[in-house]
Design a protein around this ligand. Structure first.
Ligand SMILES: [Zn+2]
Length: 168
């Protein structure tokens, strides 16, 4: 009965971790496309500012796509600069979010028992000859058999490949 319960708990944890991994990978994909979109918008804005400075008439479709309408040059330039600043800080925010999510995935890929090391270092003390001698023994991790990878690792790597993400 206890064994059954432990197996059940293990399966449940594994399901929860899989869901967490799936959600994290999807969020990473979304975050990457948000960053790409913001970066291309910043490029459009920079070009518009350049064109404005060169005295060109701005493309109205581009302006509309940024939620702007034709305005006097000086006002338009201010608006564009403001938008550029806001979008640049969004990129920084999204990049830091991406870093956090990548960290979560890295943790999920690592064997929790040896923390990804593949082996476990044990310290024991020998007092047999009146002195204390420290003995350091390194054993291959039983959980991952030395690979340093968690049970979820293959599943996560498959997800990353499936979504065509370049993460690790
Ligand atoms: Zn391990």
């Amino acid at each position: 009965m206890v064994l059954k319960l432990n197996t059940l708990r293990r399966d449940m944890n594994s399901t929860i971790l899989r869901e967490e991994a799936l959600r994290t990978v999807q969020e990473i994909k979304d975050t990457i496309s948000t960053i790409k979109k913001l970066e291309s918008e910043i490029e459009v804005i920079e070009n518009l500012i350049l064109e404005l400075d060169e005295g060109k008439k701005l493309n109205e479709d581009y302006l509309n796509s940024l939620g702007l309408s034709p305005l006097p040059k000086i006002v338009l330039k201010l608006r564009l600069k403001g938008l550029e600043t806001a979008k640049k800080s969004s990129v920084i925010e999204q990049k830091s979010k991406l870093k956090t999510k990548k960290g979560i995935l890295e943790d999920l890929i690592k064997c929790p028992t040896c923390n990804g090391m593949g082996n476990i270092t044990e310290r024991t003390y020998d007092r047999s000859d009146g002195r204390i001698t420290q003995i350091i023994k390194t054993n291959i991790c039983i959980e991952c058999k030395g690979t340093g990878k968690s049970e979820l690792s293959d599943y996560i790597m498959d997800l990353i490949k499936l979504l065509d993400l370049k993460l690790f």
